[in-house]
Design a binder for this molecule. Structure first.
Ligand code: ATP
Length: 302
């Protein structure tokens, strides 16, 4: 069973106050992009995983901490399936890059095992399992373009017309998501009076939704926002120069993707993205073109 699931970019991410469960209240707009994870699931007695791919996969756990294995085990426990599975992951999404690669693996494993084991869960049941695995896993199941609230896992569709062309610049060393949130909390503590989270709670700005509906990359570029960017840049000051380089190379706008350190550059069209990627690659950066929106986790071949 071969399943593909997309990485994501946050077009907008407002981080609100810390909730009683320790998570931050979020309002985000996600887009699924064509940097994808492929998973092959084959019947096995126990649970095992192998990982390969063009990105550095050395930081990916090969045991029960792997999110794809956790997803498979959760589905087996939920449905009473007594067997196991071997999962072979081909990663194209950078590890700990802020593009939700582990979440995509978890979503792909849910869909692959559900098909392989004939457990036939409804999409609502899969969504509920996905939310238990991580805040970004439901979006990797669903794909497309969506608004996420709560911890980012309460999804509603966002209408998006046309395609959006991106260049992603990956870094050799990842950033830990909890560390980036910690840096944001410290930054807000120091600059409390300027950047205290809004008391009304976070919400996605209407400009983002209008730009998506119009299929207008220039308007979307003007509306991009990521509250985690200030924290990611505090931990990795060198990224600020790369943002400037991408915009000088012709990108409409550059932004830190999720918790970083991957940078996302929105471009006017496919040709502009190829130019920007070429120019960044010539400067020695690891640049990849991609487009959105693409579908969520889906069976490629059964
Ligand atoms: P997000 O944007 O969802 O916070 P991310 O893209 O920054 O995530 P991931 O690549 O999803 O980061 O992985 C974060 C950490 O999760 C890794 O450093 C690794 O230790 C662990 N992990 C567990 N399973 C996986 C997996 N299948 N792929 C990648 N990382 C995994």
């Amino acid at each position: 069973m071969h399943v593909r699931a997309p990485g994501k970019v946050n077009l907008f991410l407002e981080v609100g106050r810390v909730l009683p469960d320790g998570y931050h209240a979020l309002a985000t707009a996600f887009q699924a992009v064509s940097l994808c994870e492929d998973i092959w699931a084959t019947p096995a007695e126990g649970f095992s995983v192998s990982v390969r791919g063009p990105v550095d996969v050395s930081g990916v756990p090969r045991d029960d901490r792997n999110l794809a294995v956790r997803a498979a085990r959760l589905l087996a426990a939920k449905t009473g399936y007594a067997g196991g599975v071997h999962l072979e992951i081909h990663k194209a999404v950078p590890v700990a890059g802020g593009m939700g690669g582990g979440s995509a693996d978890a979503a792909a494993a849910l869909v692959a095992c559900d098909a392989l084991w004939d457990t036939h869960l409804t999409s609502a049941q899969l969504h509920a399992l996905a939310a238990r695995l991580g805040a970004d896993v439901p979006f990797a199941l669903r794909g497309g373009t969506a608004v996420g609230t709560g911890r980012g896992d309460e999804l509603s569709s966002a209408l998006a017309r046309g395609r959006f062309d991106w260049v992603f610049v990956t870094a050799s060393e990842g950033l830990s998501t909890p560390e980036v949130y910690g840096a944001l909390d410290r930054h807000r503590e120091r600059h409390r009076f300027d950047i205290e989270p809004s008391a009304a709670g976070p919400r996605v700005e209407p400009d983002v939704l209008h730009a998506l509906r119009a299929g207008d990359p220039a308007a979307l570029a003007a509306a991009l926002r990521n509250d985690l960017q200030v924290a990611a840049l505090a931990l990795r000051p060198d990224l600020a120069d790369v943002l400037v380089s991408g915009e000088r190379a012709g990108a409409l706008a550059g932004i830190v993707s999720g918790s970083g350190p991957t940078l996302a550059f929105l471009c006017a069209d496919e040709a502009a993205a190829a130019d920007v990627a070429g120019s960044l690659a010539a400067d020695g950066f690891d640049a990849h073109v991609a487009y959105g929106a693409v579908p969520g986790a889906r069976v490629v071949t059964g």
